[in-house]
Design a protein around this ligand. Structure first.
Ligand SMILES: N[C@@H](CCC(=O)N[C@@H](CS)C(=O)NCC(=O)O)C(=O)O
Length: 213
């Protein structure tokens, strides 16, 4: 499998899931600014016209996009790792959380706050409307170790998204102690710690490259 990714973005969730499964894929880095594939300078837009990562090319050559779909594909591909309930109500609950993380947190809350070009009133509007999602998450995580009863791809995604809190000082995370404690625990988990350390180095290189350009 090939995973198209950009360092420290939402595609890191899939890397974490792969590490959890004790497996590996081919990681293909995409520069988010130029949309070029780093290893050969080819055009990522030719692979995904939306220019978004993650994108997974499966072993039989299918192209899969969208975090929720890719994460479940990886979980199903490596069933021994138990990264997703196989079916039934528990699977629906996983999908509920993947959608919540993807829409309410990733796109609703973090993307506007991380956008340095967004006008200040966009930030104000986002905080007013979307901080309730963090309240909800905080209440849910009180007394829980994981999103479901055990580590799942939802945790890979949630840890990835919450990790962006280091770039959103506008949110006072002290107000969300269960969320903060969850993130601290996740950052210590070997799969997450490894993915973070590796992608931080790649991110630094990306910043340096774009400065030099
Ligand atoms: N709906 C997509 C969104 C993916 C997405 O937003 N990816 C970001 C990185 S976190 C991206 O590639 N951004 C580049 C861009 O917006 O040009 C999903 O859930 O997978």
């Amino acid at each position: 499998m090939d995973l198209y990714f950009s360092p420290l973005t939402c595609s890191m969730a899939t890397r974490i899931a792969v590490y959890e499964a004790g497996s590996d894929v081919t990681y293909i880095e995409v520069d988010p600014k130029t949309k070029k594939v780093l290893r050969d300078g080819s055009d990522f837009l030719a692979v995904n016209p939306l220019g978004l990562v993650p994108l997974l090319r499966t072993d039989d050559g299918q192209i899969l996009t969208e975090n929720a779909a890719i994460l479940q594909y990886v979980a199903d591909r490596f069933p021994d790792a138990q990264l997703a309930p196989a079916s039934g109500d528990a699977r629906s609950r996983l999908q509920q959380w993947l959608c919540f993380i993807g829409t309410e947190l990733h796109k609703g809350l973090f993307v506007p706050l991380l956008d340095r070009k967004a006008p200040a009133d966009v930030h104000a509007y986002t905080l007013k409307k979307y901080l309730s999602r963090l309240d909800h998450l905080n209440r849910y995580l009180e007394g829980r170790d994981f999103v479901l009863d055990q580590f799942s791809v939802a945790d890979a995604y949630l840890a990835t998204v919450l990790n962006w809190s280091m770039a959103t000082p506008i949110i006072d995370f002290k107000a969300y102690p269960a969320v903060t404690a969850y993130l601290e625990r996740m950052r210590k988990r070997p799969s997450v710690a490894r993915a973070l350390a590796e992608e931080l180095e790649l991110y630094k290189a990306e910043v340096a490259r774009n400065k030099a350009a």
